[in-house]
Design a protein around this ligand. Structure first.
Ligand code: AMP
Length: 282
């Protein structure tokens, strides 16, 4: 595996790779890898002649009061893990090169970014789409792999790719979980032992939603009431939102008729975690 740190070297590599007729698979990340990241990389390895992983803690997707400064980092460990799953290039650019001081262009996907996380993080998705657009330009991937764990992000990236007629295939991968169901996240390392225990209720509430949906419950309010009951019984959980939305538009639904995403965000202490369940009736 080669580590590339400059934009010029990254562009040079992808230009040559394309010229040699290679298929480029790309996994963008913010590092501090866990099995969720690795599952995306393995899928990329399978789909491309070359696997490029980016590691960039993107400042523009963090609001000033958020955890940019404390975001967990371990470059040496990440290098080892990426190499073990067959990454060819780890692209780890510097913030100053990605965002020189006169940077002033952003990419904004309008509708699907408004609800859910967009309510409490109004500038977040603009930061995500801006950096992903830049990374696509530098890496020129044929295929890119994102996790369903960040479902709204996946929908937003798909929308951007469609709207801007970009030539990259976007693949979504299922959420990888800990043994007790907690969705893997780099942010789980922030959790104190008691908070980590309480966090199990996030997945429990989603499992309850799945049970209700599978037994034919269609009323969103009924499902949300039960989920909120489970979350409220855990005093360390402070819910940001629990919503049931159309899986494509991310607008709230009152009745579950087509495909939906049951999505939640909650604070455990200062740590904000998200999780979701995508449900499509058979
Ligand atoms: P991050 O480093 O948190 O920005 O995540 C990089 C990519 O990994 C994104 O596409 C995430 O959706 C994906 N990802 C994060 N956690 C998981 C997980 N538990 N399972 C599957 N994919 C994940």
């Amino acid at each position: 595996m080669e580590v590339i740190k400059t934009i010029e070297a990254m562009k040079g590599f992808s230009f040559q790779a394309r010229r040699a007729g290679k298929t480029i698979a790309f996994v963008p990340t913010m590092g501090f890898f866990h099995e969720g990241h690795l599952s995306l990389m393995r899928e990329g390895r399978r789909r491309g002649d070359l696997l490029i992983v980016s590691l960039f803690v993107n400042p523009t997707q963090f609001a000033p009061h958020e955890d940019l400064k404390n975001y967990p980092r371990d470059f040496e460990r990440d290098c080892k893990m990426a190499e073990e799953v067959g990454t060819d290039i780890l692209f780890a650019p510097e913030v100053d090169e990605m965002y020189p001081s006169d940077h002033q262009t952003h990419v904004q996907v309008e509708k699907v970014t408004q609800n859910l996380c967009g309510r409490s993080r109004p500038t977040h998705f603009r930061g995500v789409t801006t950096v992903v657009m830049m990374l696509f330009e530098l890496v020129t991937p044929h295929v890119t792999i994102f996790g369903e764990k960040d479902y709204q992000q996946l929908v937003t990236i798909r929308q951007m790719v469609r709207d801007l007629h970009m030539s990259v295939e976007v693949v979504g991968m299922p959420t990888v979980r800990e043994a007790d169901g907690l969705a893997m996240s780099s942010r789980n390392t922030y959790l104190l032992p008691e908070e980590r225990k309480a966090a199990r209720s996030l997945y429990r509430s989603l499992q309850r939603a799945r049970e209700l949906l599978q037994t034919g419950e269609q009323r969103a309010s009924r499902i949300l009431d039960e989920m909120n009951g489970i979350l409220r019984s855990e005093r360390l959980i402070r819910t940001d939102y629990v919503q049931i939305c159309d899986a494509a538009t991310l607008q709230d639904v009152d009745r579950v008729e087509g495909g939906v995403v049951v999505a939640l965000a909650a604070y455990l202490g200062k740590t904000r975690l998200i999780d979701n369940l995508v449900y499509r009736k058979l």
